[in-house]
Each structure stands twice: as C-alpha cells, then as structure tokens.
Design a protein around this ligand. Structure first.
Ligand SMILES: [Zn+2]
Length: 73
C-alpha cells in the first residue's frame, strides 16, 4: 500500500487516499493554478493544443500567465 496521494505522507490503506483527502488534493490543485476558472482554462487549452486547435505559442503564453516566471535572486 502506498501513501495518500494528497501528499500528506500518511499511509492510505485502501486505495489512493485517506477518507476526505481527495478533496484536499482537489483544493490544492485549484489553489496552485490560481482558482477554478484558471484550472478550467488550463485544461481546455491543453485539450485544444493536443487536438491541434491551438498553436504552441498561445499555449505557452497561457502556461506562463498561470505560472509566472519566478524572479530568482
Ligand atoms: Zn492525505
């Protein structure tokens, strides 16, 4: 058996998650991209890119808008 997939590090005895922790993963993923609409846009754009409906530059521009380049000093 592996650890809970939410990243909490606890053992998940029956499946991927401890009870209730799939929602923790959902919340953290939404937060990481900056909200539910940003997640929706990211998924739609990834699909469009894969289907050849969006050009590489447009897709990368969206990625960089959602995940701005960190100012490393
Ligand atoms: Zn967990």
């Amino acid at each position: 058996m592996g650890d809970c997939r939410c990243g909490c590090g606890e053992p998940a005895n029956n499946g991927d998650f401890i009870a209730g922790h799939s929602q923790k993963l959902t919340s953290s993923l939404v937060k990481e991209v900056g909200g539910l609409f940003a997640l929706q846009e990211l998924i739609q754009s990834a699909k469009q890119y894969s289907y050849g409906e969006k050009r590489t530059k447009e897709f990368l521009d969206l990625i960089r808008r959602i995940f701005p380049v960190k100012n490393l000093k």
